[in-house]
Design a protein around this ligand. Structure first.
Ligand SMILES: Nc1ncnc2c1ncn2[C@@H]1O[C@H](COP(=O)(O)OP(=O)(O)OP(=O)(O)O)[C@@H](O)[C@H]1O
Ligand SMILES: [Mg+2]
Length: 221
């Protein structure tokens, strides 16, 4: 469950202020899924970062799993992110110095979950990570890094999953398989999915599509 109420965010850019979010309202229930579309630079990633507690809004309220983020201290926020949230970053943000396996299992281990179960085996298989497990993430190609980033975000079965262009570097067949994996979390584990994509076919997998334009969200279709 995710709720944003009247969220504003500006960045100071030299002389001028860039008003990226100008009163964004959004409600995403458990077992529901939503895609954000919008032109480059419209603030989609900014909205995700704020919703996941990685950045603060200038004003407005963000509630994650029923808790207002503004009332959580750093430790409580970190704990919530670790246990209940998953985030596929647009720039992957893999943990340097760790191999693929340790990246994949990072959040699971923080949650004291076993290294292997049927879900991990399935993620490894679908995303083709088997041959990569012992490789250092720094030497991976863009598409390989994206596959690791997806697996890492899904590995601990988060209750709220943020995915920022998760299939931008993958071919169509694999992109559809990734969407199916994410939708299984939604349907079978009650996860809420907030997806950013410019790909209409991927956006069609989720329940609702919203357009972020001029700082506001608009329903599509
Ligand atoms: N930390 C920051 N400091 C200054 N400006 C920023 C910062 N983060 C984002 N911006 C600006 O805010 C605007 C929205 O950026 P954002 O990354 O959210 O867009 P986006 O919709 O995700 O774009 P894309 O589709 O290209 O990923 C851009 O003009 C960007 O330059
Ligand atoms: Mg972005």
């Amino acid at each position: 469950m995710l709720e944003l109420k009247s969220v504003f965010k500006s960045f100071h850019d030299g002389e001028s202020d860039l008003h990226v979010l100008r009163g964004v309202d959004l409600v995403l229930a458990g077992a529901d899924s939503m895609a954000l579309l919008g032109a480059s630079g419209n603030g989609k990633s900014t909205l995700l970062q704020i919703a996941a507690g990685l950045e603060s809004p200038d004003s407005g309220e963000v509630r994650v799993l029923g808790r207002p983020l503004a009332t959580l201290d750093e430790r409580a926020l970190a704990m919530m992110r670790r246990r209940q949230l998953g985030f596929v970053f647009q720039q992957y943000n893999l943990l340097p110095g760790l191999n693929v396996k340790d990246n994949l299992l990072f959040q699971r281990r923080l949650n004291r979950l076993a290294d292997r179960d049927v879900w991990i085996d399935e993620l490894t298989e679908v995303l083709g990570l088997g041959p990569l497990l012992n490789r250092s993430v720094e030497v991976l190609s863009g598409g390989q890094q994206q596959r690791v980033a997806i697996a890492r975000a899904l590995a601990h079965k988060p209750q709220l999953l943020f995915a920022d262009e998760p299939t931008g570097n993958l071919h169509d067949t694999l992109s559809r398989q990734v969407m199916s994996l994410m939708m299984r979390l939604v349907d079978e584990s009650g996860c809420s999915l907030l997806l950013v994509t410019h790909n209409r076919e991927m956006a069609a997998f989720v329940n609702r599509r919203l357009l972020l334009e001029e700082g506001h969200l608009h329903a599509m279709e």
